[in-house]
Design a protein around this ligand. Structure first.
Ligand code: 5AD
Ligand code: SF4
Length: 473
């Protein structure tokens, strides 16, 4: 979920409609370069994937079409992630490789957008001089103007954060994954000050998007043939819309989105253990098409570390929320994010993380070594005192445990029936289809003339480490 993804690979698989030029030119640059092509590469979280789709929509309005081939594009944008140092290092490497293209193509423009733009604008423009355009996550509407600036030979920068921008009125251009499932951003920014996290600094304060615009977007997706949406926010539980006339929290929003069509599955990410309410759990339980999977990052199983992390809950509170989920939605899958080696973490804290994971029996987990991020509370106040080799050892230990838990979770499904939404042919063979259960587990089965976007009932016959295998019943 929080892995690097390459937009180009995704774009190739998809069936994106061609972009058109049926509008009046907005910028003088269009007259110079009528066939303007942009290539976007996306790193980081699902929010960045959704943002790249907004960026493409804005550029399409300004006369660009999407290129799936980096060598055809006059504008290359890299949508970046700052969450951990290795994310940034990987992007620096890529940027250096791409900047070589400029030697052969003098008019090529390269832009860094997203979280690294916000964090590293000076270094990007001045020290390294690899890029022409630097645009932060709240300034994408300015992109056409900034590209024009760059084409006129100036460095173009806008990293201002906004208290209002939600891009509510922009219909994202789907840089399509499979034509079946898509992301819809419902809020931006974050007001939680987790001590390790750079997100509030690079994405600004939390703001919720107008629910009408969310519902409109989901309806459009349904009409285009999509059958699953994931509502995205850094902390969806604190979604709040109030404009004087109407107000809604996340439970109401989720219920309204679920009401659009029983054939449209709804997922959401990310929930915060301190905020997830029983009211929300009852909404999930009531609606068949709200997927029975909650991503509920624990980060640590030690109350002492959770306090230092400023997570605002204890181990006991987390386990109480898990109990509520198990009681209200018995068939619900649970996943988590975990960090090893946070400041002052001891072997005892590590054991508590492992025991929490075991006690909950997570179906999936994303696990990371702590990476100090400049400017965060942890960087300012605590010492990054767990040696790298210990962080790595603890991470390996945690991954080994999660492999066992994931495998147990899949074995538990063997012999059961699941409703599966088909996402397309399986990677290995056209004769097999691949889809997901409501619990977000991947299922592969013989196709029998069914196609993507359809629901089928599949009985699970066996499983591999990553996949459930079955047949349609
Ligand atoms: N170091 C390591 N992992 C981090 N995460 C966020 N910030 C850091 C950091 N500084 C992890 C958290 C979060 C996920 C998206 O990334 O687990 O939930
Ligand atoms: Fe997403 Fe956070 Fe990375 Fe930004 S820093 S791309 S919000 S994971």
């Amino acid at each position: 979920m929080w892995q690097f993804e390459n937009e180009r690979e995704r774009g190739r698989k998809g069936d994106l409609a061609p972009l058109t030029y049926d509008r009046k030119p907005l910028l003088s640059t269009e007259l110079i370069m009528p066939d303007k092509k942009v290539y976007i590469e996306t790193y980081g979280c699902q929010m960045n994937v959704a943002d790249s789709e907004v960026v493409l929509s804005i550029l399409k309005e300004a006369g660009y079409s999407q290129s799936e081939e980096i060598n055809d594009a006059g504008l290359i944008l890299i949508n970046t992630c700052s969450i951990r140092d290795n994310a940034e290092q990987r992007i620096w490497g890529r940027l250096k490789a791409i900047s070589h293209l400029k030697k052969k193509r003098k008019d090529l423009k390269i832009g860094i957008i997203g979280c690294m733009a916000e964090r590293l604008k000076e270094k990007l423009l001045e020290t390294e001089q690899l890029v022409d355009i630097v645009v932060g996550p709240d300034a994408y509407r300015e992109l056409p103007l900034l590209v024009a600036e760059a084409e006129a030979g100036h460095k173009a920068v806008n990293v201002l954060l906004s208290r209002e921008e939600t891009y509510a009125d922009i219909s994202p251009v789907r840089m399509d994954r499979n034509g079946v499932s898509s992301f819809v951003s419902i809020m931006r920014g974050c007001n939680n000050m987790c001590a390790y996290c750079v997100v509030p600094y690079v994405r600004g304060a939390e703001r919720s998007r107008n629910p009408q615009s969310i519902i409109k977007e989901v309806k459009e997706l349904y009409e285009m043939g999509y059958r699953e949406v994931t509502l995205l926010g850094q902390n969806v539980d604190s979604y709040k819309w109030d404009n004087g006339d109407s107000s809604a929290g996340f439970p109401e929003l989720l219920e309204t989105v679920a009401g659009i069509s029983p054939l449209m599955r709804v997922r959401f990410s990310t929930s915060h253990p301190k905020d997830i309410s029983d009211e929300l759990l009852y909404v999930i339980a009531r609606h068949r098409n709200i997927c029975k999977h909650i991503h509920l990052p624990a980060q640590s199983g030690s109350s002492r570390i959770l306090k230092l992390m400023n997570r605002e809950y204890s181990r006991e509170w987390y386990l109480d929320r898990v109990n509520a989920i198990r009681t209200i939605i018995p068939e619900c899958a649970l996943s988590t994010d975990m960090i090893t080696g946070f400041c002052t973490e001891t072997e005892v804290d590590q054991k508590e993380s492992l025991s929490l994971m075991e006690q909950v029996g997570f179906d999936f987990a994303y696990m990371f070594k702590y990476s100090e991020r400049p400017g965060t509370k942890a960087a300012r106040k605590y010492k990054d005192d767990v040696p790298e080799n210990i962080k790595s050892e603890r991470l390996s230990e945690m991954i080994a445990l999660q492999n066992k838990l994931s495998s147990a979770s899949k074995k538990h499904d063997v012999g059961k029936n699941f409703e599966v939404l088909i996402e397309g042919a399986s990677k290995r063979s056209e004769a097999y289809l691949s889809g997901r259960t409501s619990q977000n587990k991947v299922v592969v089965f013989p196709g029998e003339n069914h196609s993507k976007g359809e629901y089928v009932n599949v009985i699970i016959e066996r499983c591999t480490s990553a996949t459930l295998l079955g047949r349609i019943v």
